[in-house]
Design a binder for this molecule. Structure first.
Ligand code: HEC
Ligand code: HEC
Length: 402
């Protein structure tokens, strides 16, 4: 008994709380290992020297500011990945939102715009390719950048885990019908379960990074070899392109492409650390469970087998199921198999540093974000609203500890 108490105290000391400790005890009995947070921006704990070198090279490329003679543009949203992923450290999020657009047709169905839904804000001189939103676009949405901490763990979760959690037809009649987003993964050329992006539109960090390199920075690469042609005017884009063709070259000394570097950096980037855990936080955690928030914000997941030891069978605490839900807030953009009214449950780890909240930043406070939950989350929001003001404060204190 004493040793059990000591074990719990040790877990409390490394920054875990009530329900987490219960899960850790189960994990330990099943031989999984748990990963607690690192300092923001640090790599996963206990990686090999070789992986550390890959992480370092990745961080360098992720931070590098690109120029038009290296392929930047003709249209772009940023000059480096870190420009939009830097709060509170490189690899984080930012208050930057970008614009997506598409077409809602008369029959209510959605049509993706030719050239994709991302609308680039900038262009390189002579600025002949500057994007204006085409007149046929009648859905315009904003999306916040996302933090990348701990994403190697998210990537290492087997597809089957998400498929086991989904309940598209709400068979258990709890009013919640999460859907796993099946996507064609360009990294493996296979159908995989998407988990990255507000629409869970990508399954792997390699594919997400490669698409971002092309869509955010205008740098073509092996996975996305054609320039983005927003407005569908590819001819104009190509005419004003100082470096036509494939722009992401392989580095002759390291043998790595830019997209490999981004992948390595993101894969090895550690998860966010928990904040201080007070009595109020522990109370809030209980209420978070009893209000049913955990139906979507699942506290922990376990990775599958991975050649990277730091990712191999690890239990971690993202507070998300990474499934698509209709919670009444979505952006009206259909993307792949994700419907206009669906949005992926965002992980809540690190949420304390991500204001403003929700995909478009429409909520200034965590309370506001909770109060905007509707549709599938209506019951859970109702349970939250029935709490006393002190109890609601405790839920927010818990969120602020993640
Ligand atoms: C102009 C800002 C901007 C730049 C530059 C940018 N991103 Fe992002 N990033 C975003 C936004 C906005 C999202 C959310 C997009 C969405 O879901 O539609 C995002 C999402 C992501 C995600 C998904 C994270 C998750 O947890 O789901 C990854 C991975 C990512 N970016 C990697 C990169 C990489 C690698 C680069 C550089 C090649 C990059 N980004 C450059 C704004 C940016
Ligand atoms: C049916 C699934 C579901 C339930 C239940 C649910 N959420 Fe969410 N939650 C979501 C989705 C989906 C979003 C993203 C919505 C958006 O961005 O438009 C979200 C967003 C959030 C955010 C904002 C995160 C960010 O990065 O901006 C917070 C905070 C949050 N939820 C807390 C809660 C709390 C507290 C409860 C319980 C009272 C709860 N949620 C219940 C699915 C759910």
């Amino acid at each position: 008994m004493l040793s059990r108490i000591c074990f719990s105290l040790v877990l409390l000391a490394v920054g875990l709380s009530g329900f987490q400790i219960l899960q850790v005890k189960r994990a330990v009995s099943q031989q999984e290992q748990i990963v607690t947070g690192t300092e923001f921006g640090d790599p996963l704990p206990a990686i090999t020297a070789k992986d550390f070198e890959l992480f370092r090279l990745g961080l360098e490329d992720f931070t590098e500011v690109e120029n038009p003679d290296e392929g930047l543009g003709p249209v772009f949203n940023g000059r480096s990945c870190a420009e939009c992923h830097s709060v509170p450290r490189i690899g984080g999020s930012s208050t930057i939102t970008e614009v997506r657009g598409g077409i809602r047709k008369d029959d209510g169905s959605f049509e993706e715009y030719a050239g994709g839904s991302v609308m680039q804000m900038f262009s390189i001189p002579p600025h002949e390719t500057q994007i204006t939103i085409p007149p046929e676009i009648n859905v315009i949405a904003r999306r916040k950048s996302l933090a990348l901490f701990g994403n190697g763990l998210v990537e290492a979760v087997p597809d089957a885990v998400f498929m086991a959690m989904e309940d598209p037809d709400d068979h258990d009649a709890d009013g919640i019908s999460g859907r796993a987003h099946r996507v064609q993964d360009k990294a493996s050329d296979r159908t995989r379960i998407g988990r990255f992006g507000w629409k869970a539109q990508q399954a792997t960090l390699l594919a997400f990074g490669a698409e971002a390199y092309r869509d955010e920075m205008g740098i073509t690469n092996d996975l996305f070899p054609a320039e983005a042609c927003p407005g569908g005017d590819c001819e104009k884009i190509n005419f004003f392109n100082p470096v036509p063709g494939l722009q992401d070259a392989r580095d002759l000394t390291t043998g790595l492409r830019g997209i490999d570097n981004f992948e390595n950096f993101m894969k090895l980037l550690g998860p966010p650390p928990r904040g201080p855990i007070s009595e109020e936080v522990l109370e809030g955690e209980k209420l978070f469970h009893s209000a049913g928030c955990v139906a979507c914000h699942i506290p922990s997941l376990v990775t599958g087998a991975s050649p990277v030891k730091a990712l191999n069978f690890k239990r971690f605490f993202p507070y998300s199921d990474f499934l698509l839900h209709d919670v009444g807030t979505a952006d009206g953009i259909g993307q792949g198999d994700a419907r206009p009214e669906e949005i992926r449950t965002p992980p809540l780890w690190g949420v304390r540093l991500r204001a403003p909240f929700l995909h478009d930043g429409r909520a200034s406070t965590l309370q506001e974000a909770i109060e905007l939950h509707a549709s599938e989350a209506l019951k859970s929001r109702g349970a939250y609203e029935k709490l006393s003001p002190e109890e609601q404060k405790a839920v927010v204190a818990f969120l602020r500890s993640l």
